[in-house]
Design a protein around this ligand. Sequence first.
Ligand SMILES: Nc1ncnc2c1ncn2[C@@H]1O[C@H](COP(=O)(O)OP(=O)(O)OP(=O)(O)O)[C@@H](O)[C@H]1O
Ligand SMILES: O=P(O)(O)OC[C@H]1O[C@H](OP(=O)(O)OP(=O)(O)O)[C@H](O)[C@@H]1O
Length: 206
Amino acid sequence: MLHIALAKGRIARKVMKSLSDGGYQFPDYSDDSRKLIFTDKEGRIRVTLVKSPDVAVYVRRGAADAGIVGKDVLMEDGEEDVYEILDLGIGKCRMAVSGIKGKRDVMNKRILTVASKYPSIARKYFAGRFQPIDIIKLNGSVELAPLVGLSDVIVDIVETGTTLRENGLEAYDYFMDFSARLICNKVSFKMKQDELNQFIQVVKKD
Ligand SMILES: Nc1ncnc2c1ncn2[C@@H]1O[C@H](COP(=O)(O)OP(=O)(O)OP(=O)(O)O)[C@@H](O)[C@H]1O
Ligand SMILES: O=P(O)(O)OC[C@H]1O[C@H](OP(=O)(O)OP(=O)(O)O)[C@H](O)[C@@H]1O
């Protein structure tokens, strides 16, 4: 049986739909269920739903043979000791530096205060521009930070741009594109090739 760890949220919902379209039946799965582990009717796949930053942990340690997670998360947390084998083309988004609409001059400040769920990616971006920053790690609703004076700018993902727009913010610079990736345990890659290939045929976007 192939063990798959999915980032729970939009990625899991999309992948479970692809699996169901591809003939895998998970009778006890629904998008709003609180259950965390599912086995398909024929006993071919076991799916576990985990928080995005934990997907690579399960895969690296062999608790899952493979996992699906956003490239943004892999880049932020490092992706050593697992193989990244496929770009699934789902969960597309971009990383941007954003701030209050019409105030992009703030980027010229000597030391910029930056709020982000992605401190490592933010640090690398500003280091590349030789811009000194003071980084504030947040865990969500990052768009609030410039609005209440917690930070000058934010570094966060943008998909539709709705969250920026509805909060009077704008992207000053888009600097990276992301999508969901299939990662694989190095031993499973050798030992479960056939099962993995079958899984890939079902989840990969044409
Ligand atoms: N608008 C968006 N918001 C969040 N993540 C997005 C968005 N668009 C694309 N993504 C991608 O999807 C991934 C997040 O999906 P995931 O299934 O982990 O959680 P989620 O949908 O944010 O749910 P939750 O916040 O409940 O964990 C991100 O890492 C990113 O790669
Ligand atoms: O461009 P949009 O389509 O508006 O999407 C981008 C927003 O979605 C994500 O937040 P999420 O929904 O994960 O909530 P969070 O801020 O609490 O992490 C991201 O951090 C942005 O806030």
